[in-house]
Write a protein of this length. Sequence first.
Length: 312
Amino acid sequence: MILEMVRANGAVSLRELARVVQTSEVTVRRDVRALEAEGLLDRRHGGAVLPGGFTRESGFPQKSHLSTAEKTAIADLAAGLVGEGEAIVVGAGTTTQELARRLARVPGLTVVTNSLLVAQALAHANRVEVVMTGGTLRGSNYALVGSGAEQSLQGLRVSRAFLSGSGLTAERGLSTSNMLSASVDRALVHAAAEVVVLADHTKLGSDTMFQTVPTELITRLVTDEPPLHDERAAAELQSLADQGVEVTVAGPDADAAGGDGPPPGGRPRRDMPLPGQRRTQNGGLGPQLRSASALTDVSGEQRARVADLRRR
């Protein structure tokens, strides 16, 4: 059963395997080790893939059925980071597609994307403007890639980039299995003042061929709560925090929420404490990052003063 699921989907998390075969993750992990010893699959952090999975990329139909609950929790939290009137970029992926469905309710939002799925999710949102890059369609993930996509992003500046990928490590950052996708993601990162990575726990500790976002450029990671026995995932999250990444985790219940309480949508959140200041894309530290938010606040105050003067 395990081997059949991996062959059908390309990659499957231990949590999904345990749910389908109706056994514990400890038992599934032991079975996966045995299958790996026979050369029938490769273990990855939190899951299993077909042999040669370091370079193999699952298509959209396979990815869309993996870790669906986790992606929903991540998207709920990430949507709470986006404010009215912002301009953002959203990369391709099944998790970013979930995010886009929630962004349809944010008034005055401008979304730049190379993903047909993200654009489709926002197509009927009458208060959201969608700007698509140019480029060549990559059918496996419904994304526009190539020089046309990259050139259309030149000169662009937005507040945040929301990106997903195939793997995430503290040592190397976010990575993906496809060179063309990686190149466009790097262009999206270059256009943003802050970078938010959306990655479920199965991607933590996985490293694929092409780096898209080095760790020092990641402002925030939004992820789900790893299983209690998954010490590697917890260690990876702490390592990311040690390097200045703000880590926000969707907890399993309301008791796990931090002091701010549940975000919009009712899902709890937990922000890991950071040992130091956050890095910004230009290599600076916290004050530069906070100044971007401060500019938004100042502009809001200025608008209020103008409105008050007009009333007088």
